[in-house]
Ligand binder design. Sequence first.
Ligand SMILES: CC(C)(COP(=O)(O)OP(=O)(O)OC[C@H]1O[C@@H](n2cnc3c(N)ncnc32)[C@H](O)[C@@H]1OP(=O)(O)O)[C@@H](O)C(=O)NCCC(=O)NCCS
Length: 189
Amino acid sequence: MPTVDLARKPVLEGRLVRLRPFSVDDVPAMAEILSDPEVRRLTGSVESTAEAEEPEPVDERLTSWYATRAEQPDRLDLAVVDLATGRVVGEVVLNELDADARTANLRCLVGPEGRGRGLGTEALRLLCEHALGPAGLRRLTLEVFEFNPRALHVYETLGFVETGRRPDALVFDGVSVGAVDMELTAPTG
Ligand SMILES: CC(C)(COP(=O)(O)OP(=O)(O)OC[C@H]1O[C@@H](n2cnc3c(N)ncnc32)[C@H](O)[C@@H]1OP(=O)(O)O)[C@@H](O)C(=O)NCCC(=O)NCCS
């Protein structure tokens, strides 16, 4: 049985993007991306339009978060670099590792500069191939809100299948929003 390894932080190169470990130098770019109202709304970080429009503060918490991502033994956070510009446009993450079950949760976000050009799909494909290959995982899970048809489409393109729905996963601007649970399993099971 393969050993699960999220401690090793790889550099994964595609045609459009490079995934690489974070350093503290990425804090300003990530603060800008995390301030994007669409990112804030679609990742469930906020519960109202007013909150979505507040910028992410560049503070000690954010600085320390990105400064320490490359040291985490039980999760994998990689910056998405747009190869056309060399700039960080987002992140892909494996968290909530269950090493015995060989499962982890997947998260991703791409800021406005990178969206709609195929970068997110390629970044997620690279991450899934690594996760279900060298990283030794058997199954990836994720949650996506029903009001995010673009992300749903991308996950389906990558082979994720729906495993359930939760009708009241989030309340946004006072309206209940459902979430879809999805999973992707390694070809060998
Ligand atoms: C979801 C996300 C990672 C996708 O990355 P991206 O770089 O924008 O996506 P891509 O350009 O690679 O692909 C988008 C696909 O969705 C399709 N799409 C765009 N808008 C759509 C919509 N409203 N409904 C259905 N499909 C849509 C595009 O046609 C494209 O599909 P195709 O490759 O088959 O033509 C990115 O948009 C993002 O991070 N958004 C904000 C935060 C977020 O939603 N995170 C995920 C939380 S679960």
